[in-house]
Design a protein around this ligand. Structure first.
Ligand code: FAD
Ligand code: UDP
Length: 385
């Protein structure tokens, strides 16, 4: 009776479900183990009326007009440009991250800052982005000294907190997400489309999934209804299922950890309430040299909510062990883990009609826009077949 089963109601699952129902006229069963839709982008009002992001701060930004136009069918946007400050001294000194020309003056003072700015612009050109790891290889000792300063004050301690290892031991693409930016533009992202869904992410998902072809079941771990038998047959409620299955959860868990656990980092979120108008000067402050948490985010900034009091969240990162209640948030991308992922992917390849989609199922560091685009592209492919 169903053409497709989708497992997981985050951006990956919700987008592909909508596309297959709407553009292909399919009947889609969407199973979500949590008691809500939205995956890690889920938001809700706290008891004081602040719209909080339950699984960490989510800021939408994209260079893809296709993704922006697509999601704009389901939400309007609050204009919002994300700005982040690094608390780069234990005493409370603040400067913009990504480290930029304004940060350079704050860190080095006007005279030395101007001299370094001249050298950097000469070598790399204005408005360019350079990874701190690349900057540390620069032949000019002054630039190298600056790179070491940035490494020490912005990257090393934060990265050790976030990943458990120093920057040079993690995937270089991760550090390159936050480059040194030779600009006075102090926004965290430079994408042409940025914002926060005006009624929140959950409201966006409600519209995205509001289609007669989609049946959503929350509070339902897929394994309670779907079985991946060793003979390559997939069953739904005990009966062989011949349609497509789009899986957006963790791949090791799909196969009972057969080859061992895929390593992830998880986060503990500590929400705190303060009876003052604002807690900090911008939405996110990264604690780059002190404290056990990586960053504090203050939600009121996202929707410019005018409320008495404010809610913040502190993020503590640690190794994911699979303990009940823990959520795998960040794949730890390195050659060894990718090889293990490859073993699971080969196993998944034995199931005709099984597609892997999403940050967990593909073991990738996708932003919301990137996974939405991936889901739209998979839909193009499936609709064309
Ligand atoms: P998810 O959102 O993880 O959805 C997967 C869903 O599948 C979950 O709801 C899960 O419960 C469900 N599921 C898993 N296994 C099963 C099962 N066996 N049965 C049933 N259901 C199952 N991106 C940005 O663009 N901007 C940001 O500012 C940003 N900030 C982030 C901050 C944090 C702390 C984190 C962790 C991520 C952030 N992201 C951000 C990334 C964003 O969360 C992801 O791009 C997005 O959530 C990926 O969507 P997804 O559908 O692949 O995965
Ligand atoms: N990072 C850092 N200091 C910062 C910001 C980022 O060391 O002030 C590093 C850290 O390793 C982090 C990575 O850059 O994991 C990517 O940062 P981003 O803000 O993109 O992380 P996310 O929002 O995905 O957690």
């Amino acid at each position: 009776m169903y053409d497709t089963i989708v497992i997981g109601a985050g951006f990956a699952g919700a987008t592909i479900a909508r596309e297959l129902a709407e553009r292909k006229g399919e009947k889609v069963l969407l199973l979500e183990q949590r008691d809500h839709i939205g995956g890690n982008a889920y938001d809700c009002l706290d008891e004081n009326g602040v719209l909080i992001h339950q699984y960490g701060p989510h800021i939408f930004h994209t260079g893809s007009k296709r993704v922006y136009d697509y999601l704009s069918r389901f939400t309007g946007w609050q204009v919002y440009q994300h700005r982040v400050l690094a608390r780069y001294t234990p005493e409370g000194g603040l400067m913009p991250v990504p480290f930029n020309l304004t940060s350079l003056r704050i860190a080095m003072g006007d005279e030395k800052g101007a001299e370094l700015e001249r050298k950097l612009l000469e070598q790399y050109g204005p408005e360019t982005k350079v990874s701190v790891l690349k900057l540390r290889e620069n032949p000019d000792p002054d630039i190298r000294a600056l790179a070491d300063y940035v490494y020490e004050h912005v990257f090393v301690h934060y990265t050790v907190k976030q990943w458990g290892t120093p920057p040079e031991e993690i995937d270089p693409a991760t550090i390159a997400r936050v480059p040194v930016f030779l600009s006075r533009d102090d926004r965290y992202f430079q994408d042409p489309y940025q914002g926060i869904p005006e009624k929140g992410y959950t409201a966006l998902f409600e519209k995205l999934l509001d289609h007669p072809g989609i049946e959503v079941v929350t509070g339902c771990p897929a394994e309670s209804r779907v079985t991946f038998r060793e003979d390559g047959v997939i069953t739904l409620d005990g009966e062989p299922f011949e349609g497509k299955v789009i899986y957006t959860g963790a791949l090791d868990e799909l196969f009972g950890l057969k080859y061992g656990r895929l390593p992830y980092r998880t986060l503990d979120f500590q929400f705190e309430r303060y009876d003052r108008e604002y807690f900090q000067p911008c939405a996110t402050v990264n604690y780059t040299v002190s404290e056990d948490y990586t960053r504090i985010t203050e939600f009121k900034y996202f929707l410019d909510q005018k409320l008495p009091g404010t809610t913040i969240v502190k993020e503590y990162s640690k190794a994911y062990t699979g303990e009940a209640g823990q959520i795998p948030y960040y794949a730890i991308i390195n050659p060894e883990n990718l090889a293990l992922y490859g073993q699971y992917k080969a196993l998944a390849g034995k199931y005709k009609g099984l597609y892997l989609l999403g940050r967990l199922a593909e073991y990738k560091y996708y932003n919301m826009d990137a996974i939405t685009l991936k889901a739209l592209e998979l839909a193009d492919q499936l609709i064309g077949e």
